[in-house]
Write a protein that binds this ligand. Structure first.
Ligand code: PD2
Ligand code: MN
Length: 240
């Protein structure tokens, strides 16, 4: 079961469905699965805090982007991200490396529990077989955190998908998304993301409309699966 959306916005004098191709797949992960996934993520977060993630056991190098706090996104204390396979560099001002997938860094492999989630997404036709995700990013939000309006980088191909855990929150979409205060935005569509539901972003719903997560009042976790553009993969990337 999935939901599609219509939200008309006038762009260059034409009415366009900015949510064309956006899909919300209902009840993909049940409460038992959610509990197991969330516990696994808490464990990852603890290991990240102790600098135990992103350590290349063979080359003894520490990959600082695997576990990080995204201060650039400005709301609250900055949500935590944990990235697998590739590390996306958001901190352009800090490290002067261009925005995008870091080409000379490989993050930790995707843990089995997330591979099983990917398998479930493919076998239940939430994602097409020609777009099997090969990377994964976890966002952990504390009360006060938000994500500013953006369109996901084209270093990742479409479609890609994201699932919420712990608490339901709204994602906001709009061709024009206006900031009206810290972590507060006005857009043309606000879509609830119930826990365990899978949002698939594609077409206008990702490329014409920006999206953002307004400030959350309760802890929230999201897991996003994306397939890298072949030309943007890290140099040492080998498909698992
Ligand atoms: O946390 C999310 O649900 C979410 C939704 C859309 C995160 C992102 N985009 C992102 O990190 O780009
Ligand atoms: Mn996004």
């Amino acid at each position: 079961m999935k939901k599609n959306y219509v939200c008309l916005e006038r762009i260059n004098r034409r009415l366009v469905n900015i949510l064309d191709s956006l899909e919300l797949h209902i009840c993909i992960f049940n409460s038992m699965e959610q509990k197991e996934i969330v516990e696994f993520i808490y464990n990852l977060q603890n290991r990240g805090r102790k600098n135990e993630l992103g350590v290349d056991r063979f080359q003894h190098i520490f990959l600082e982007h695997t576990y990080s706090k995204q201060k650039k996104w400005m709301c609250g204390k900055g949500h935590v991200t944990i990235q697998f396979i590739c590390c996306y560099n958001y901190a352009v001002e800090k490290n002067r490396i261009p925005l995008g997938i870091l080409r000379n860094v490989i993050a930790d492999p995707i843990p089995n529990i997330f591979k099983l989630m990917i398998k479930q997404l493919i076998t239940s036709h939430v994602l097409p077989i020609n777009c099997v995700p090969d990377s994964c990013i976890i966002n952990i939000y504390e009360p006060g955190d938000c994500i500013l309006p953006h369109i996901d980088s084209h270093d990742f191909v479409r479609p890609f998908s994201t699932v919420s855990f712990l608490n339901e929150y709204n994602i906001m979409f709009g061709h024009k998304l206006k900031s009206v205060g810290p972590g507060e935005f006005i857009g043309s569509a606000s879509i609830p993301l119930p826990v365990g539901f899978m949002l698939v972003l594609n077409g206008n719903g990702d490329d014409l409309a920006k999206h953002c997560i307004p400030t959350v009042s309760y802890k929230r976790i999201s897991v996003t699966f994306r397939k890298m553009d072949k030309a943007k993969q890290p140099h040492n990337f080998k498909l698992d």
